[in-house]
Write a protein that binds this ligand. Structure first.
Ligand SMILES: Nc1ncnc2c1ncn2[C@@H]1O[C@H](COP(=O)(O)OP(=O)(O)OP(=O)(O)O)[C@@H](O)[C@H]1O
Ligand SMILES: [Mg+2]
Length: 384
């Protein structure tokens, strides 16, 4: 198994940083400092080494440093720049990503990505190069809040092993949006509807099968690795899941397509699509306590989330034969001393490079001497 390492990170006009360069020499990197100092901004920058809008799901133009003037920039067509060197199985490589600014307001914001100086054709190429996973305070109640966040977590787990999953999701959602648009416009084009519904059925069944497979892997990883973290029982609930239980994938695809056709009049009134994997819910049960996740305490929910992430990291190591980068923003909050210690031990065994933030250095006592510490104070980052 190859352990991917982030060697350095340079930021230009990104969030509170006008210019910052950091060198990373350890597996565990810790940023501490007061509220608003700029800790999460650094983890957010690392999260942009994967496709999407980063760990805060930010609007790309919001990331431009607010008081920077374009005249100071080396290249006025770039809003912010993130550059990093990584040690990958193929050797050391440089990844750069930036917000390309357009003079025309109607043009959407565009993120450009380069690897060793060459443009990547699409963001999804990044997911093939490396995987970045994160846990943020906004995810503390993810397992008990609305279903869409749980689906997103599951989909992120899958796409970090199979980058094609993101493309399937995109194709499914695109066909669903197109079908909704036709319905809303009152169009009556049976061939067009049939093409879109066929696409939804094809991609939707494939998505659901991948989600079911991931759940099985997570459950068996948690069952075969009994440590300080609890196990979760996970079930995907939805009409498509029920179809796949009773029918082959091909039959399920046919039935799903037929149901979408029947649902057209209903969906025309209600909007959207009233059946499909975009509505599936992930039910989580704390196995040791035998209670559903909404009845668990805040700490129990966080510990169960950590348990899922660790299970995923073990699966990742086996399947991808390389480690992801892990970002734990306020990752130790709600964990007791035993769990904190156990988390560091698990990450050491997995050899995963981990970036953590916290306001309090004392919380990282157990990794003193084994980690690289940075003090962050009002946008100044100093190695301790
Ligand atoms: N585009 C921007 N330009 C300039 N400053 C910004 C921009 N976006 C956010 N900031 C500021 O960056 C500062 C640091 O934010 P960050 O979230 O990294 O803090 P933090 O150290 O993680 O704090 P906490 O401990 O409260 O989580 C905040 O004061 C925030 O307002
Ligand atoms: Mg923060």
């Amino acid at each position: 198994m190859f352990s991917i390492r982030l060697r350095d990170l340079s930021l230009t006009h990104f969030r509170c940083y006008s210019s910052l360069k950091l060198l990373f020499e350890e597996r565990v990197i810790i940023f501490t400092g007061p509220n608003g100092a700029g800790k999460t901004n650094i983890l957010e920058a690392i999260s942009f080494l994967n496709p999407g809008r980063g760990l805060r799901h930010a609007k790309l133009s919001d990331l431009i440093r607010k008081d920077s003037s374009s005249s100071q920039r080396e290249d006025a067509s770039l809003g912010w720049i993130i550059s990093a060197h990584l040690t990958l199985p193929r050797g050391v490589c440089q990844i750069g990503t930036a917000l390309a600014l357009s003079q025309r307001e109607e043009e959407a914001e565009k993120r450009v990505i380069r690897m060793d100086g060459n443009d990547l054709s699409s963001q999804s190429e990044l997911e093939k190069i490396l995987s970045v996973l994160w846990m943020t305070p906004a995810m503390d109640r993810l397992l008990s809040d609305g279903p869409s966040q749980r689906r997103k977590l599951l989909d992120k787990f899958i796409s970090s092993l199979d980058p094609d999953h993101s493309k399937r999701l995109y194709r499914y959602e695109y066909a669903m949006r197109e079908r909704s648009r036709l319905l809303k416009e009152g169009r009556n084009d049976p061939l067009w509807f049939a093409t879109l519904e066929e696409k939804m059925a094809l991609e939707g069944i494939a998505l659901t099968a991948s989600r079911e497979e991931m759940l099985e892997l997570l459950i068996s990883s948690m069952n075969s690795h009994l440590g300080s973290f609890p196990r979760a029982h996970l079930t995907l609930k939805g009409e498509v899941e029920e179809l796949l239980k009773r029918h082959s994938a091909l039959e399920a695809e046919e039935i799903f397509k037929q149901r979408l056709k029947e649902l057209r009049p209903h969906d025309r009134v209600s909007g959207g699509a009233s059946m499909g994997p975009h509505l599936s819910d992930l039910e989580v049960i704390h196995v040791e306590k035998n209670i559903p996740i909404p009845l668990c305490s805040t700490g129990e929910q966080k510990v169960l989330l950590v348990s899922l992430i660790l299970a995923h990291l073990r699966i990742h190591a086996l399947r991808r034969k390389e480690t992801p980068l892990l970002l734990l923003d306020e990752g130790l909050v709600h964990l007791d001393t035993i769990r904190r210690q156990a988390l560091f031990e698990e990450l050491e065994n997995l050899n995963v490079q981990t970036f953590l933030t916290g306001t309090d250095t004392a919380a990282f006592e157990s990794v003193q001497g084994k980690a690289q510490f940075f003090d962050v104070q009002a946008g100044e980052v100093i190695r301790r």
